[in-house]
Design a binder for this molecule. Structure first.
Ligand code: E4P
Length: 224
């Protein structure tokens, strides 16, 4: 499963990219607004850091406007993916953009039927919003399982991009349900590394190491 970072915070993107686990970025209008920077310059910075798919959201609500924005986003950089809301006008635009070879990420997906329609229109990615579903008493993990089954039954190539993730359990559910990608905030990516037994165990080893006599191997320069 690929991992994307879901933010437009440049410092966080730079740091997570340095860890070597990030494959791409997803942004949305909220992230752009929270970055405190203008749209063009924040995009330039993100594309200069990450070499992988970067989703940029369209903001028009009719197909014509979405297609025009999608073409501009695609022309901006070869790694650009056009994010489009799952609605009639959005999917009309996705179909046109797909025919032009422009990659799309259909967003705000909350049902397997929406995922089916997005795949029919040639979406590159479909983004089910896991945590927002869990918050209203539904089961985001179950949604991914249903989507996986539908796509496998009919041979759709659209990639399932688990979005709106707020817990390591939701990442695990995404992995077990066969999501192709998961996107999440910086803090969630960092949380994936953590386990209290790892921290306790490391502390114990470091404390015990203090009782070991000085070592030439660790104190002399490598190769010296
Ligand atoms: C995904 O592409 C979205 O940007 C994101 O996951 C939005 O969901 P959230 O605001 O619930 O995190």
């Amino acid at each position: 499963m690929k991992l994307f970072i879901d933010t437009a915070d440049i410092a966080q993107i730079r740091e997570a990219w340095s860890w070597g686990i990030i494959d791409g970025v997803t942004t949305n209008p909220t992230h752009i607004a929270n970055s405190g920077k203008d749209f063009d310059s924040v995009l330039e910075e993100i594309f200069s850091i990450v070499d992988g798919p970067i989703s940029v959201e369209s903001v028009s609500t009719n197909a014509e406007g979405i297609i025009e924005e999608g073409r501009r986003i695609a022309a901006f950089h070869k790694n650009a993916v056009v994010k489009v809301p799952v609605m009639i006008e959005g999917l009309k635009a996705v179909k046109v953009l797909a025919k032009e070879g422009i990659k799309t990420n259909v967003t705000l997906c909350f049902s397997p039927l929406q995922a089916f329609l997005a795949a029919k229109c040639g979406a590159t990615y479909i983004s089910p919003f896991i945590h927002r579903l869990d918050l209203v008493g539904h089961d985001g993990g179950e949604l991914i399982r249903q989507m996986r089954q539908i796509y496998d039954n009919y041979g759709f190539q659209t990639q399932i991009l688990a979005a709106s993730i707020r817990s390591p359990k939701q990442v695990l559910d995404s992995l077990l349900a066969g999501a192709d990608v998961a996107t999440m905030p910086f803090d969630m990516l960092r949380a994936l590394y953590q386990h209290p037994l790892t921290e306790d165990g490391l502390q114990m080893f470091l404390d015990d190491w203090k009782r070991v006599p000085p070592s030439r191997l660790f104190t002399s320069k490598a190769g010296a």
